[in-house]
Design a protein around this ligand. Structure first.
Ligand code: NA7
Length: 559
């Protein structure tokens, strides 16, 4: 053991993967079982699951349909696993991931309770040197960061937080034991997807619920339900064909009804070119069908401000028809363009405000100033509560990577390189950080696509790249600075041409005061995949590939 309590010897492997969520588990299996490399996966939690391990709060549920939220790498796995609901609850997704770990015998190569604290590239050895808490050390040729886009919870610093005498939770760090809400007074701060889900799940049990809203987000009905008899089998019979069709859509998900392909919305017209009657009917159909169908009602809802406002108007009318108190209905009505913040799938959220034990608190006009020993103090009022739930989101996409001390060539520190916003090529590699690959990182589709499809695509691309390096005697791979600059401009341009940059959201860092305001994800999965495929087919164009020292006589850079 060393002084930090870890093993004193350094474990040397071909690949270290960081994170046991969907991306990391796919990478471990791929590199170990298909490439035959030695792999060690490091995971901070005591079990697999990533975001699904930590988000155990009541009501936590996925907003991608369960039959689409599955790995595609094994047909046997796809056939044998059975989902129970249209949108899977957290516990079922965690069960699925535990099943994957067991079925593919992954646990023996995972080091749980181990957080990567630093990674330094040794230029002499061309190896990554890794330090962890509790102190174990590793050395690897390839480092795969699958640390997740939403994995570092953000908690605003309110004075007095330490003095509050009740219970405090963050949705993204939920404890492993049951939390009792019955007959308690509860404040939920934040009305993104997590706040909406937890509020709806506990509102019937609590003595009083204060929903502290700074911005009204757009919510539409999930229309969650048990899967119909035969529905699952029908999808399983066509998984290959359906998966290919999903991958061809911008978000790598279906918007047609599963499994019948019943046309809910056609996604072939502008919202501006149809009559008001037709538009209303289409929106209504999407609303009734549930899920994210409304996103695909028209081709320009996420690109044109004018079209987006038409969706706003439809949702405003819906809220007014559900919420009885007109002042509350007005406050719940989003003011930003539809689509700028991630659409929320709800199950009774708006209706909940008709309950006498639920109060919407507008912390935009009356901001939270501090926590007190008995509750939350806003500028104008005190809310005495037993429990405070922070549903205040994440330092999304970059926060986890910049908190690890990652040092590339000549001591280049990733956190400094990314000080004014992330830079990368294909969202996968960063200049000056050889053989370090990122899954679901910034400048890749991640949160704007079915993240499992995007993760598996990236893992496949990375494994092809590693095969290429291994078979050509190449020691290191990293982007050229020029390729990286062009990629950043391309990603930013996609952002500029979309609705996402027309309002505040974590998609471009505006949820955290001192975060650079840079558009983070890549819009359009199939276009992304086409570009990555093109780069690979052209011999990894835009990357610097350096041969092993003993092969240098053959040239020090090969196409
Ligand atoms: P989100 O979507 O980032 O939501 C965080 C919420 O917390 C949002 O409503 C914020 O208001 C609010 N917030 C943050 N800081 C404050 C302060 N200081 N005062 C009041 N309210 C605050 O996170 P979620 O966890 O709900 O969802 C993240 C993703 O996970 C989600 O999109 C799904 O993909 C799953 P704001 O809107 O910034 O005014």
């Amino acid at each position: 053991m060393n002084s930090a309590g870890g093993r004193s010897e350094r474990e040397a492997v071909d690949v270290v993967v960081v994170g046991a969520g969907f991306g990391g588990l796919a990478a471990l299996r791929k590199f170990r079982d298909e490439l035959g490399l030695s792999v060690r996966l490091l995971e901070a939690a005591s079990g697999p699951g990533g975001v699904w391990y930590w988000n155990r709060y009541p009501g936590a549920r996925c907003d991608v349909e369960s039959l689409q939220y599955t790995f595609g790498f094994s047909d046997e796995l796809s056939q044998e696993w059975c989902w129970t609901e249209r949108f899977a609850p957290q516990a079922e997704i965690l069960g699925y991931l535990n099943h994957v770990v067991e079925r593919f015998d992954l646990a023996k190569d995972i080091q749980f309770n181990t957080r990567l604290t630093s990674a330094a590239f040794d230029e002499q050895k061309c190896r990554w040197s890794l330090e962890t808490e509790p102190g174990d050390q590793y050395e690897a040729r390839y480092l795969i960061m699958a640390t997740g886009p939403l994995s570092t919870p953000y908690t605003p610093e309110f004075p007095g937080a330490g003095e509050f005498q009740g219970e405090i939770y963050h949705t993204g760090l939920w404890p492993d034991h049951p939390v009792e809400f019955k007959d308690k007074r509860v404040a939920i701060i934040g009305t993104g997807s997590s706040g909406v889900q937890v509020a709806t799940a506990i509102s019937d049990q609590v003595a009083h619920l204060y929903v502290m809203q700074r911005t009204a987000h757009h919510c539409v009905p999930a229309e969650n339900r048990p899967l119909h008899p035969g529905e699952q089998e029908a999808v399983k019979n066509r998984y290959g064909e359906l998966r290919a069709a999903w991958r061809a859509t911008p978000g790598a998900t279906a918007w047609r009804s599963l499994p019948t392909d019943e046309v809910v919305v056609t996604y072939d017209k502008s919202a501006l070119e149809v009559s008001e009657g037709e538009r209303r009917e289409t929106f209504e159909r999407a609303w009734t069908y549930g899920g994210t169908a409304i996103h695909r009602a028209y081709t320009d809802l996420l690109t044109s401000e004018q079209a987006s406002l038409l969706a706003n108007e439809f949702i405003r009318e819906k809220i007014a028809s559900i919420v009885k108190d007109p002042v509350t209905a007005e406050l719940l009505t989003p003011r930003q363009y539809y689509g700028t913040k991630r659409l929320i799938l709800e199950g009774g959220y708006y209706d909940m405000f008709n309950q006498p034990n639920v109060t919407l608190v507008d912390v935009r006009s009356d901001p939270i100033e501090q926590l007190t020993p008995t509750g939350v103090k806003t500028r104008d009022a005190n809310y005495d509560v037993d429990v405070v739930v922070f549903a205040t989101g994440y330092d999304a996409l970059t926060g986890t990577l910049t908190r690890i001390d990652i040092r590339g060539r000549t001591g280049l520190v990733l956190r400094d390189v990314w000080r004014d916003g992330p830079t990368s090529y294909l969202g996968i590699m960063v200049a000056g950080f050889p053989n370090l690959f990122i899954v679901a990182g910034p400048q890749s589709p991640s949160v704007l696509a079915n993240v499992i499809v995007a993760n598996e695509y990236q893992v496949d691309w990375i494994s092809d790249a590693v095969r290429h390096l291994e078979s050509h005697g190449i020691e290191t791979m990293e982007p050229s600075p020029e390729a990286q600059i062009a990629w950043a401009e391309h990603v930013a341009e996609l952002g500029r041409n979309s609705i996402y940059t027309k309002g505040n959201s974590w998609y471009w860092g505006s949820n955290i005061d001192d975060k650079p305001k840079v558009f983070l994800p890549y819009i359009n999965f199939p276009n992304y995949a086409a570009k990555c495929n093109e780069v690979a087919s052209a011999g990894y164009q835009g990357f610097i590939l350096a041969l092993r020292a003993e092969d240098v006589s053959q040239g020090d850079n090969i196409p």
